[in-house]
Design a protein around this ligand. Structure first.
Ligand SMILES: Cc1cc2nc3c(=O)[nH]c(=O)nc-3n(C[C@H](O)[C@H](O)[C@H](O)COP(=O)(O)OP(=O)(O)OC[C@H]3O[C@@H](n4cnc5c(N)ncnc54)[C@H](O)[C@@H]3O)c2cc1C
Length: 204
């Protein structure tokens, strides 16, 4: 990272947070001793790295915790003990939606188990990790959107507001989840991999 020609420009995401950068390589010379694998095979190493990045095993667990928090929130609000009890559209599709999100979360968990079991056997998951990636990214957006809606106007408040619920988790996740269907390869790219590598369909 200290080599001449490398510059790092911070990127601030739409949630107002700086968690990644744009890194520019301008005629950077890399000493031979840093060569990873064989010369001219960098693309394959890059793609294999992406297969692992897309494995996304932690997502199902994180999303499970988010879902459990939402279920607890809805239960608490429904008990009527809270001063500012509020669940948007309570009794109007909230329970079936939570049930659906729970089923979807279980599906995601098994997609992750498949990837984990392949990794355990020393295999490189390819279309299997793309399936987990596209599923978790899109599920994360559905979960965040559903939570935001159930909390009504409270859902839009970020941590720091005294009226925020669950420390503004859903407002934040709703914003950060937008980029997830782009990062590590867009959903279209994942579906392309699943179609070609998983189903054996042609590139066109
Ligand atoms: C939150 C976030 C974090 C990121 N972190 C990193 C990081 O740490 N490191 C890093 O290197 N990059 C990172 N990226 C960049 C990310 O990898 C790219 O944005 C992503 O791969 C998409 O590439 P692109 O933006 O060039 O879009 P493009 O490839 O130009 O795609 C534009 C549109 O065309 C569609 N498209 C493109 N090709 C095809 C095709 N063959 N078939 C069908 N549709 C297609 C895409 O789906 C998309 O809708 C990050 C991006 C985000 C949003």
């Amino acid at each position: 990272m200290d080599a001449p020609g490398i510059s790092v420009r911070p990127l601030v995401n739409m949630a107002g947070e700086h968690v990644f950068n744009e890194i520019i390589f301008d005629n950077v010379r890399v000493p031979r001793k840093y060569l990873v694998g064989e010369e001219n095979r960098g693309w394959y190493i890059g793609m294999t790295t992406l297969d692992f990045e897309r494995s996304n095993i932690s997502s199902a667990a994180q999303q499970r915790r988010t879902l459990e928090q939402l279920v607890e929130y809805v239960k608490e609000q429904g008990s009527g003990n809270k001063k500012h009890a509020h669940v948007n559209g309570a009794g109007n599709g909230v329970k079936p939606k939570l049930a659906e999100l729970t089923i979807e979360n279980e599906v995601g968990r098994y997609l992750s188990y498949r990837v984990a079991s392949m990794q355990e056997r020393g295999q490189i998951p390819n279309y299997e990790s793309s399936a987990a990636k596209v599923y978790h990214s899109e599920y994360g957006q559905r979960l965040a959107g559903a939570g935001l809606k159930m909390m009504g106007l409270f859902g839009q408040l970020r941590e720091g507001s005294k009226h925020a619920r669950l420390r503004g988790r859903f407002a934040r996740t709703y914003l950060t989840s937008v980029g997830s269907t782009i990062a590590a390869g867009t959903s279209e790219i994942q579906r392309g991999i699943i179609a070609q590598r998983g189903l054996g369909l042609s590139r066109i």
